[in-house]
Design a protein around this ligand. Structure first.
Ligand SMILES: *Cc1c(COP(=O)(O)O)cnc(C)c1O
Length: 465
């Protein structure tokens, strides 16, 4: 028979050798707090009529284990790796671009020691962090200069504040978009201190609309890539080159917020879903004075906002006080430089996960999907089949653009689709799948190849529970 009297006092528990070890590691107060909560829990469990300890020593052991488990759980990171089986390459909720190994290694090398972040090693004097990555960014973008900010929302805010504060920025009504996560062009404009001058209509804006709005107060022409939606039908907007030409004639710079940042390198075949995407090189070549794009979208690098283009404008942006508030840290620079170096070397580009996923041949996906299905014998009621499907680029690039893929479609006897999807999400590592036609499907395009066996292990373990 168990009784509340078997539960030892907190002092008694804390004197135990195992608890002394925990106190040395975690400190007295957190261990005492964990002990009180564990004792409360045990008492509640016994009060609810469930089996309690049969002896005082059993009570002590069970409390010790509960306290250790609590303290362990309190230190476990909440940010953890997951397997993205959704087929959405730039999945904003799942951290957008996975980083290349070279980028992570460089971040670890730089971050684990001191670095020349703001130190000129040749001169032995203070240097500037903006010198890092700039050379490669210029080579790859075709711009004269480039800067790196914390993210693209920050980069856009920075450009508007530095070049247009207190003055007007002309933008088409069709481009006053909300990108997601609360990035709304009119709000960013307000925050920057620039005044929005809307022209045209939601579906049609002509060059003449921009021309008519240009005046003494005009600081910038702004073009925004409406990355997450598409207006179909009776639509029109002037080609970027025409807008750039208008800007040049009027002495007003043209700034384009590209968002997704597909570089558009001449020797990289553009994947079909991106054929209609504006590119960094394409926009600068067409005459944009500045472009801004994300580091962790199609560039496949760390979170960053990159501005590239005319040197005199970049200089002005760099001198704005917000640059200090929005600057990137050394880990970002390190990972970004390594990612850019991979882009710069044709044979190494497939080491950038986002690029590899975009270019992944259907046959490879099919082969891997079949291998996973072959592991599911139907034992435990779990069956899989391979079928056709579509992956998407996601993350504010190429709206509605898809890539053909092959899906592993799963059913499990006695388990609803929602319950099966939830089981996968609770696996270790968690597997995030998608539901299509009331089936749980796995799209291996966004699963890294070394994760296939983890998926198999998780699926097999579902059948033995
Ligand atoms: C994604 C996106 C942004 C925001 O970029 P972050 O790097 O997430 O800050 C801004 N503008 C456009 C057009 C985008 O697609």
């Amino acid at each position: 028979m168990s009784s509340f009297r078997l539960i030892p006092s907190i002092d008694q528990v804390l004197r135990r050798a195992a608890l002394q070890d925990l106190i040395a590691r975690h400190g007295q107060a957190p261990v005492a707090a964990a002990a009180r909560r564990a004792a409360d829990e045990l008492r509640a469990q016994m009060a609810a009529g469930r089996d309690g300890p049969a002896s005082e020593s059993e009570a002590l052991t069970s409390l010790e284990e509960a306290i250790a488990a609590r303290l362990h759980a309190s230190l476990a990171p909440s940010l953890t790796r997951v397997i993205n089986a959704t087929g959405v390459i730039l999945h904003t909720n799942l951290g957008r671009a996975p980083l290349a190994r070279a980028a992570l290694e460089q971040a670890a090398r730089v971050g684990s020691g001191y670095s020349n972040l703001e130190y000129d090693l040749a001169a032995g004097t203070r240097g500037h962090r903006h010198t890092h990555a700039e050379g490669l960014l210029c080579d790859l973008s075709g711009g004269d200069a480039a800067l790196v900010a914390n993210n693209n929302a920050g980069a856009t805010l920075l450009v508007l504040a530095a070049l247009a504060e207190g003055r007007e920025v002309i933008v088409s009504r069709g481009e006053l978009v909300e990108i997601g996560g609360g990035f709304r062009i009119p709000d960013v404009m307000r925050q920057s201190g620039a005044r929005l001058r809307e022209v045209g209509t939601t579906n049609r804006t002509r060059l003449q609309d921009y021309a008519a709005a240009i005046g003494d107060r005009t600081a910038l022409l702004l073009r925004v890539h409406p990355s997450n939606f598409r207006v179909e039908g009776f639509t029109e907007r002037p080609p970027l080159a025409d807008l750039a030409e208008l800007g040049r004639r009027s002495g007003v710079p043209l700034f384009e917020d590209l968002g997704s940042g597909w570089l558009g390198l001449d020797d990289v075949e553009t994947p079909p879903p991106l054929r209609d995407e504006p590119s960094v090189r394409g926009s600068l070549r067409a005459g944009a004075d500045l472009v801004a794009f994300s580091g962790d979208k199609l560039l496949g690098g760390p979170q960053a906002g990159i501005v590239a283009g005319r040197g005199d404008l970049i200089d002005r942006v760099r001198r704005h006080p917000l640059m200090r508030a929005l600057r990137a840290d050394k880990i970002t620079y390190a990972a970004l430089e390594a990612t850019l170096a991979l882009w710069a070397q044709a044979p190494l580009r497939h080491r950038i996960p986002v690029y590899r996923m975009l270019a992944l041949p259907l046959d490879d996906i099919d082969r891997r999907a079949r291998a996973i299905v072959a592991h599911l014998s139907g034992a435990g009621g779990l069956r899989g089949e391979v079928r056709d499907g579509l992956s998407t680029t996601g993350g504010g690039s190429a709206p509605a653009s898809t890539l053909p893929t092959r899906l592993v479609s799963l059913v499990m006897d006695g388990l609803s689709t929602a319950a099966l999807e939830q089981r996968l999400r609770r696996a270790d590592p968690p597997i995030v799948a998608r539901i299509e036609d009331d089936r749980v499907v796995l799209d291996l395009r966004t699963v890294q190849e070394d994760e296939d066996e983890q998926i198999v292990a998780a699926l097999v373990s579902l059948t033995v529970i």
